[in-house]
Ligand binder design. Structure first.
Ligand SMILES: [Zn+2]
Length: 185
């Protein structure tokens, strides 16, 4: 159109706002895949750095200190016994929605031959007041049909309490402090 009084409005692109949901299905990285397969079989599989010999459980597929990639040739099944390096006995404060009512232990366990403590583990077979750093413990696995690995992804593995119910005291003499002090966290 033309002439006096014609609209000066320009044509605009149509813009619509939509909420879109995208679901991604991502394969586990090879090292995590081996780790998860191991958990379902009751094994703990890590990787040993070929450069510094540190053992990672689980492994990220590389040694962050040496910046060395690791493959299946470095995969190793590790011990299921270890040492408590640090712990807290938590007495839950009642509040709405609180599920825990009894005191519980939150401990870090350094498996024999491993350089990465596993945090957030329950300690059983011993009264809470006797839990201590240096205590020797072994993994107690959940029954196969109760093991849940669905939360483990490439973005995080979220601990072991969905496959290992607790670490129980073995009754062995305590580990010497210098065997774990470097890992006390
Ligand atoms: Zn290394």
């Amino acid at each position: 159109m033309s002439g006096a009084g014609a609209s000066a409005v320009t044509k605009e692109d149509l813009v619509m706002n939509h909420l879109v949901r995208l679901s991604y299905r991502e394969e586990l990285s090879p090292n995590l895949d081996r780790f998860v397969d191991g958990l379902l079989e009751g094994k703990l599989v890590g990787q040993r750095c070929p450069s510094c010999a540190r053992m990672y459980v689980p492994s990220k597929g590389y040694c962050p200190l040496c910046v060395v990639a690791m493959d299946e040739s470095e995969a190793v099944e590790v011990a299921q016994v270890g040492t408590v390096t640090a712990f807290t006995v938590i007495t839950p404060v009642p509040y709405y929605g609180q599920q825990q009512v009894d005191p519980f232990v939150y401990a870090s366990v350094l498996l024999d031959g491993v350089d990465t403590p596993i945090t957030g583990q329950d300690i059983t077979g011993i009264p809470h007041e006797q839990v201590r750093s240096g205590l020797r413990v072994r993994a107690v696995w959940k029954p196969v049909e109760e093991r849940d690995v669905s939360h483990i992804s490439n973005r995080g593995w979220g601990g072991l309490d969905s496959v290992i119910s607790s670490f129980e005291a073995t009754g062995e003499p305590d580990a010497s402090e210098d065997s774990y002090e470097e890992y006390a966290l």
